[in-house]
Design a protein around this ligand. Structure first.
Ligand code: GLC
Length: 733
């Protein structure tokens, strides 16, 4: 092994491995260092420390021995390449019968320019890869990272969905590690599906990949998100409840939603406008017959604490009379094939695709978005169909986005779209509110995500917890699914169970398709509305807790909603739990996910857990069958927790002046406060320490003039009111 220019070059016979290191991230490649220039990563290689033939990073040792590159921790292997037979298995891939029956063939490919082979130890679980419609452990499955809009009911056999987040977190035999493959080309992740001890990544891209080290999943997530970019800090308001439907139109339908929420005393922060607000699906236009004065409508909503979010799709209608089409044509701003503008079809019919990789197009779209937001008083932009979707068959590989072929930029299309849209908010010093369906690993600094077109199925409710928490550990802490299901007919029991399961989802939106029955919280009966309200209240009361988690996620990448193993990495019972999750450190959600069920098994990790609804206490370290009702689903608080809360809010437009602290036993906590909206807001951090009798609040960061006037401390049935102060001590008798 020799070290040249911060690169360790390991040679063994005809094999070479080159290694660079940045903090806890080890970059491995064998030929040239060729991460795609379009994928922007934060990796500044550091000086390497040799020790004989090894390279040492902290407690880890990198070694290339007998043609196998491995990483050791205390002389135990944490990560190791696979050097056995890794031929890609192609038997039983005859789809002719399926094709005869009219089904789509999978058409799999078995030869790739690059194959990275990694050994899986017997008990390893593999997590990550973003939005797959499956339980949390990916082992035994194969996925193809190629952003895909497939409207049928997703399940665990779907290899590709909307997002390509080429990152897995492995709970290895001797600890955890992450693997990130930065190449944007179509990539196969076969995770022990053909050979149980082999995980391979195959693609026509480069062989450059990253191993992320750390003693805990949290440490690994921190290092991974430092590499791909830390998640954005959302506006406080974005944590509020959002209501959508394809489509609320005309304007009176939007007012009706606002009125019905108010009449039913249901909290609401945003209403989403789907494609029918546009004039013939022309982006950046408004259909004046349906929305004669959008600005007046948004002003009226704003008076009631509600903002509008409008959908914007990438595809531009081919219409030479339409200014957006004509302007971008003049800028040479569209994807082309054989030198001519490439056409396909999306909602507007004959459509063309903006080339976001071209700076002039990008600036044009940013300006258009900024103007649209301002003119119409829009709070957020919903980016859809950006895989990119195409109704006339897939875009051929040789469609060119400037100098880049579609095969190379397909998975980056959504990522570049959201960068361009986010800039429209950034330039006004407002935190971007962009929601996206398609993305790449690097999109999280610019956007929140939702998981696309699920359906009103119990199976999709069940999988929502693993989808959101897996997006979380894949670097996307602000994610959600369509509550109630997008396609298919929702019913009241399903809607109730869905809001119970997702009430603390980082991004919370009820959305449904035009072809389905209504599923707003008031669309069934009073009993359903009452239960829905109860869970929205729970969320709004816990907004300061969720916002603290947003600060933590922005700083460290550690997600809001987490799979159980993430918080309890050494508890083997947590490793494959997909039907209960942690919200931060203190709240465990283990809801009913089956029709007609009124009890379920809940695993309680170490500690003491209190049922939020009936106060019953459970001692951790085992599973219990817990009875639940239609009103009360499974919410459990770790008894040594401090929960910061608000009280009685119906929207988050104005920050309240009272902070409530709910506590029980000795505990410590940090609460953050800022203006909740601007990019450069400074913040306060309050360290709260309760020793069982005395509560101390100390301001450890002070950058913002607090909005708090009152502090209310709730311990069991005792309520103590205090004037807020930056430093205070309160003794509880
Ligand atoms: C796509 C989106 C869905 C939206 C619909 C119409 O299917 O995923 O959310 O309602 O398009 O715009």
């Amino acid at each position: 092994m020799e070290i040249k220019n911060n690169t360790a070059v390991f040679v063994c016979g005809s094999k070479t491995r080159k290694v660079r290191v940045c903090g806890n991230v080890v970059r491995i490649f064998s030929s040239e260092c060729v991460t795609d220039e379009l994928v922007k990563l934060n990796f500044d290689e550091q000086e390497l420390k040799p020790d004989g033939n090894d390279v040492v990073i902290g407690d880890y040792r990198l070694r290339f021995c007998n043609g196998t590159f491995s990483i050791y921790l205390n002389e135990k292997i944490v990560f190791s390449e696979y050097t056995g037979d890794a031929t890609i298995y192609t038997e039983n891939k005859d789809f002719s019968l399926a094709a005869l029956e009219g089904h789509k063939s999978e058409g799999e490919k078995s030869e790739f320019a690059t194959q990275i082979n990694i050994t899986l130890a017997e008990n390893d679980c593999v997590y990550g890869l973003g939005d797959k419609a499956a339980a949390i452990d990916r082992r035994g499955y194969e996925y193809v990272q190629w952003n895909t809009d497939d409207p049928s009911a997703h399940n665990e056999s779907y290899k590709s969905l909307y997002k390509s987040i080429n990152y897995v977190l492995v709970s290895g035999g001797s600890g955890y590690y992450g693997v990130f493959y930065p190449d944007p080309h179509r990539a196969v992740f076969n995770i022990g599906a053909y050979k149980p001890d082999l995980m391979y990544i195959a693609s026509d891209g480069s062989d450059d990949y990253y191993i992320i080290l750390g003693k805990t999943p949290a440490e690994i997530t921190e290092a991974y998100t430092a590499l791909v970019g830390k998640p954005l800090l959302p506006r406080l308001k974005m944590l509020g409840n959002q209501q959508s439907r394809w489509s609320y139109t005309p304007h009176s339908a939007v007012r009706d939603v606002m009125t019905r929420f108010a009449e039913n005393d249901l909290p609401l922060d945003y209403i989403h406008l789907d494609i029918d607000y546009m004039d013939g699906y022309r982006v950046y236009t408004v259909d004046k017959s349906r929305f004669p004065d959008m600005k007046a409508l948004s002003d009226e909503l704003a008076e009631n604490g509600i903002e509008l979010v409008t959908i914007i799709d990438p595809a531009v209608k081919y219409d030479i009379e339409y200014s957006v089409y004509a302007d971008l044509e003049k800028l040479d701003g569209y994807a082309k094939r054989d030198g001519k503008i490439y056409h396909n079809a999306v909602w507007p019919g004959d459509s063309v695709y903006p080339d976001y990789f071209n700076n002039k197009t990008a600036d044009y779209i940013t300006n258009k978005t900024a103007q649209f937001i301002e003119e119409n008083g829009i709070g957020g932009i919903w980016c859809d169909m950006n895989e990119p979707a195409s109704f006339n068959g897939p875009l051929p590989d040789d469609v060119m986005f400037g100098e880049y072929p579609h095969s190379r930029v397909h998975n980056l299309y959504g990522d570049y779209m959201v960068r361009v849209i986010a800039k429209a908010f950034n330039r006004n010093n407002v935190r971007p509110f962009v929601i996206t369906r398609a993305c790449f690993a690097t999109s999280s600094p610019n956007t929140v995500a939702w998981n696309g077109d699920n359906q009103s199925l119990w199976g999709h409710l069940r999988v929502s917890l693993s989808q959101i928490s897996t997006m979380g550990i894949s670097g996307f802490p602000f994610d959600g699914v369509d509550v109630g299901g997008f396609g298919g007919e929702c019913n009241k029991e399903l809607l109730i169970r869905w809001i119970q399961a997702n009430a603390l989802s980082p991004f919370l939106r009820n959305h449904s398709s035009i072809h389905t029955r209504s599923q707003e919280p008031y669309a069934f009966d009073t009993a359903t509305t009452d239960i829905y309200r109860r869970y929205l209240r729970l969320r709004y009361d816990l907004i300061p807790y969720l916002y603290d988690l947003a600060h933590v996620a922005h700083q460290s990448g550690v997600p809001v909603m987490r799979p159980m193993f993430f918080n309890f990495p050494n508890d083997s019972a947590c490793r494959r739990i997909s039907d209960q999750v942690m919200i931060g450190e203190s709240i465990m959600v283990a809801p009913i996910l089956d029709q007609g069920a009124n009890m379920r098994s809940v695993y309680f990790p170490q500690g003491e857990w209190v049922d939020m609804f009936n106060g019953k206490t459970y001692k951790g370290g085992g599973a219990y069958v817990v009875n639940m009702t239609l009103e009360n689903s499974g919410y459990f608080i770790k008894s040594d927790s401090i929960l910061p809360m608000y009280s009685g809010l119906n929207n988050l437009s104005k920050k309240p002046d009272t902070l409530v602290l709910r506590l029980n036993k000795p505990a410590k906590y940090i609460n953050y406060e800022d203006d909740g909206r601007t990019l450069d807001s400074k913040r306060n951090a309050y360290e709260i320490d309760f020793d069982g009798r005395t509560l101390r609040l100390k301001t450890v960061e002070r950058g913002y003039d607090t909005d708090y006037k009152k502090l209310i401390i709730v311990i069991g049935k005792k309520i103590i009111k205090h004037d807020f102060a930056y430093d205070l001590t309160c003794t509880i008798d």
